[in-house]
Each structure stands twice: as structure tokens, then as C-alpha cells.
Ligand binder design. Structure first.
Ligand code: SIN
Length: 291
């Protein structure tokens, strides 16, 4: 199989899709868990990648969902260039309020923090009609005694492991997502995004169904009564948060750039390192509508 043919529409489950030969001769891949996640060493993102290498990375991400690219002591310019291989920079509705002026968003928690960003299970900004597709984060300052790990759940596998009757039931439903968290937590007002998405949403590249509800943004299931909706969502939120079989816990190391597919995973940041400092630089990407 030609590895370059795998980008659109074909589930890239064939290991040939991520064969390194001829693309990255010096690189090595290791799994982060038996289910999903992989790390790669021996690539250098301080220089532009070839078109073939860019396609390879997109396949690698679709295949593994969370990828850790080790030893990347890179600045914002190289980070933004690598990000541009995956989509357009997404501007968060809270960006101006937190003083973000470029595509790179600083995530910082220190002795003054009472919470860290992203401490509940979520996929990024599913309250958007076109939610972000890919997010990348590089930690520049790690807490000195460890901690600050990030949990991930594979929502394709979460869907796969539901029973057939529950899959059939959920398959006909849609859910309301809103940005209430930003008004509740940060006092934001104005036009915050809200959207309706299928509860089971197909990944646009692999075509695989994913469980697309999350504690942070999903508020109700459109077709159900209030109590029914609450009960079903509660079950699904607990199922995602409490099934270690399709989760991984990513332990950060210096200069690792972590990239996740926001369409096939959820994540949750752990704030266990207070009063120490953790600083990261994040870029979030999306695919603008062309029509
Ligand atoms: C987030 O993007 O939700 C935060 C992830 C992290 O800080 O580990």
C-alpha cells in the first residue's frame, strides 16, 4: 500500500501508513499504551518538514490520536510552522480576556493559582459548530517533583466498547454544547459559541465513530426529556472518566511537544503540583469552512 494515499477517507489502521523508511530515517516510535498514543524521537521540528513528512505526521496522529514528539527545544516560530501543517490557528473566545495576542497561548499555573486550565474531562471547544481539530502543547517549565500529568481517553475505543443496543440508541441522538463554563468560571459575557452535534460523530479522516459528549461543554440531549438526558449524559461522562482501559496518563518530560486529535480523544489536566510552577505553550487548530 502506498503510505501517502492514506490521508483522506481511509482508516489509517495499516501499520504501513506510518512506516518511517524513506520519510524519517533517524526516527523511532514507541507506544504510549496498547490502545492509543505513541511517542517519536529522532525528528527535528526546528526546520521545515517536506510535504511527504507533513502528510506522514498527519497520518501518524490520526492513527495514534495522541503523539509525543520528544526533544523539541523549539521557539514559537517553529511551533507555529509545525502547527500550520495540521490546520488554521483557532482563536479561543477567551483569548482577548487572558491577553493572548498570537496563535500561541501560554498556559501557566503557579503559587497564585487556585486551578489549572482544563481540569475536567473535555475535548477542546466542542461548543463551536466546527470544533478545533488538533491541539498541541509544549511544556517549557515542569514542576520540580513531577505532577502536572495529562490524562487522555480514546473516544473511538470508548464507542467501540459500548454494547450494541446502546450504540444503536445513541446513534440517533444529538446533543447541545455550550460555553457556559466561561461565564460561570470567568464571568465572560457576550456571544459565546453554542452548537448541536451528533452524540456519535464520525471522525472526518478515519471515518470511525467516536463518542462525542464531554462534561465541560455538553449540556443536554436534544431528543430526550430533561431527566432522561441528564441520566444518559451522567452515564457517558462517568464511563469516559472512569474506564482506565481506554485511557492513558501522559507524564511530561522537558521539550516534549504533545499533539492530540481533538476529534477522537478527550483530556483532563491534573493540578497536583501547587505551589510549583508549570508553564506550557499551546496552539489549537481548526479547519475553517470553505463554502
Ligand atoms: C488543556 O488543554 O486542556 C490543558 C492540558 C494540560 O495543561 O495538560
Amino acid at each position: 500500500m502506498n503510505k501517502m494515499n492514506l490521508e483522506i477517507g481511509t482508516p489509517p489502521v495499516d501499520e504501513d501508513a506510518i512506516a518511517l523508511e524513506g520519510v524519517f530515517e533517524e526516527a523511532r516510535i514507541e507506544r504510549l499504551s496498547p490502545v492509543f498514543g505513541a511517542s517519536i524521537t529522532g525528528v527535528d521540528l526546528s526546520r521545515p518538514l517536506t510535504a511527504e513528512q507533513q502528510v506522514w505526521f498527519r497520518n501518524f496522529l490520526t492513527r495514534y490520536k495522541v503523539i509525543a514528539i520528544r526533544d523539541q527545544d523549539i521557539g514559537h516560530e517553529a511551533l507555529e510552522r509545525f502547527a500550520s501543517y495540521f490546520g488554521e490557528p483557532y482563536t479561543h473566545p477567551m483569548a482577548a480576556a487572558v491577553g493572548q495576542t498570537s496563535a500561541v497561548n501560554e498556559l501557566r499555573a503557579d503559587e497564585k493559582s487556585t486551578a489549572a486550565f482544563g481540569e475536567t474531562w473535555h475535548a477542546d471547544m466542542t461548543s463551536e459548530e466546527s470544533p478545533p481539530t488538533v491541539t498541541m502543547l509544549r511544556l517549557a517549565v515542569l514542576p520540580p517533583h513531577g505532577g502536572g500529568d495529562t490524562l487522555f481517553a480514546d473516544t473511538v475505543t470508548a464507542y467501540e466498547r459500548l454494547s450494541a443496543p446502546l450504540k444503536a440508541f445513541l446513534g440517533g441522538l444529538t446533543a447541545r454544547h455550550n460555553s457556559g463554563i466561561f461565564s460561570e468560571k470567568y464571568g465572560a459575557s457576550g456571544n459565546l459559541p453554542e452548537a448541536i452535534h451528533p452524540v456519535i460523530k464520525n471522525h472526518p479522516i478515519s471515518g470511525l465513530p467516536t463518542l462525542f459528549v464531554n462534561t465541560r461543554f455538553t449540556k443536554s440531549i436534544v431528543e430526550l426529556g430533561q431527566g432522561e438526558s441528564r441520566a444518559v449524559l451522567e452515564y457517558l461522562f462517568h464511563y469516559i472518566a472512569e474506564t482506565p482501559d481506554f485511557q492513558l496518563r501522559f507524564r511530561w518530560s522537558k521539550d516534549t511537544l504533545l499533539v492530540w486529535d481533538n476529534r477522537s480523544t478527550q483530556h483532563c489536566a491534573i493540578f497536583d503540583y501547587w505551589p510549583h510552577t508549570r508553564v506550557g505553550y499551546r496552539v489549537t487548530l481548526y479547519e475553517p469552512k470553505t463554502a
